[in-house]
Design a protein. Sequence first.
Lengths: 105, 105
Amino acid sequence: MRDHAADARVFKAFCDENRLQILEMLRGGEKCACILLENLQISQSTLSHHMKILCDSGIVVSRKEGKWTYYSISEEGSLMAAELLQVLTNSNHDMVNNVCSCHEK
Amino acid sequence: MRDHAADARVFKAFCDENRLQILEMLRGGEKCACILLENLQISQSTLSHHMKILCDSGIVVSRKEGKWTYYSISEEGSLMAAELLQVLTNSNHDMVNNVCSCHEK
DNA sequence: AAAACATATTGACTTTTTTCGATTTGATGA
DNA sequence: TCATCAAATCGAAAAAAGTCAATATGTTTT
């Protein structure tokens, strides 16, 4: 039995346009929050909120260095998401009763 | 340049617990709406709403047969989602300036 | 043609998410 | 120590998503 809330949390990372834009920036490598903020039309508190969601999903990891926080895409988290997507969409063709028979003649 | 709204639409399929439960049922093979409805604690109009989002994402396809509609997981849509996820999380390690240098000494 | 049925659409309401400004926390530098 | 800066948290407002009952649409059956 799967934990739907936990599964949903992973994909929330990709369901908001600002977060997709953040990921786009992180694809170029690790960035600190201030650089991300500079390139987005959102407030500091909103960025912090999105970074929390991205980190909670496991797709992004953060690293503190002094007063700065650096963010990057987690290879491990990305791999887990890919595997999860596989599970969620892999329809089991070996199963008996694979086709709905609720209205057969 | 990516279309963030379109990319987000794909992953919306996996961001709601009812939709994850629907996908879980469809993993066992094609199902008609009435069977899905029987196994969910939601109204008919809410199911219809979720099926629209699932179809819009490309993860699910529908097939009409008389007055019934049958839904199933789209292999093609699932593959596209997997490829998209790859793109969105593939940080480009070949790039120059891969590490944020905004606060170097 | 009318009744019955399955699904989609509409409109209103509720819940969740996003957003911001203000404040707090925690680290650095003067 | 005190001022400064980066990021997180809080509380409120706005926007978006989920929900349902009622109704509409389209198909089948009588």
